[in-house]
Design a protein around this ligand. Structure first.
Ligand code: FES
Ligand code: FES
Length: 182
């Protein structure tokens, strides 16, 4: 990363969905704004812009983050995946995208990109054995994503708010994808 002469901008290399962008950014710009306003990658949505709704969730080195709370300059040379990058290169949908379709997990669609990225991260965390607040034995964790029940899915996706009532379909979709991955 190179800071420009006046100290307010930096030149950074952003790796997003397998592509690379060599850009100059204001040091204060969030990853969310860089994606949407500077790079034109608009699948990630801005809801609250305050870390409260989850609409801006993306994957950073495989872990889910709120892009509205992450400075773009902080993700230089790391792998960012947005909703545009979760399907296979031949267009085959990610299993969670397919599960959302199969279980009618979509309604307004505005928050769905963040929900799908969050669910991908949540299932990866479960596969690593990480417990959640509602895991019965926190010390033991969980054995895999396939072990999750509806309560676990609700807790693990509680950072993604949906105001339209799609929760039932979303939970079913994530459980289905978890079972298939297990
Ligand atoms: S826009 Fe980032 S959490 Fe709401
Ligand atoms: S899918 Fe956006 S509010 Fe429910």
């Amino acid at each position: 990363m190179t800071t420009t002469s006046d100290g307010t901008d930096s030149r950074v290399l952003l790796r997003i969905n397998g592509g690379e962008w060599d850009v100059v950014l204001d040091n204060r710009v969030t990853l969310l704004d860089a994606l949407r306003e500077q790079l034109g990658i608009t699948g990630t949505k801005k809801g609250c812009d305050h870390g409260q709704c989850g609409a801006c969730t993306v994957l950073l080195d495989g872990r889910r983050i709120y892009s509205c709370l992450t400075l773009a300059v902080a993700v230089q040379n790391r792998d960012v995946v947005t909703i545009e990058g979760v399907a296979a290169s031949d267009g085959t949908l990610h299993p969670l995208q397919q599960a959302f379709l199969d279980h009618d997990g979509f309604q307004c669609g505005y928050c769905t990109p963040g929900q799908i990225c969050s669910a991908i991260g949540a299932l990866a965390e479960a596969d690593k054995g990480w417990p959640s607040h509602v895991t019965g034995d926190v010390e033991a964790g969980v054995s895999s994503a396939a072990e999750l029940d509806a309560g676990e899915v609700r807790e693990r996706l509680s950072g993604n708010l949906c105001r339209c009532g799609a929760y039932v379909g979303i939970v079913d979709a994530v459980l289905d994808a978890a079972r298939r991955s297990g």
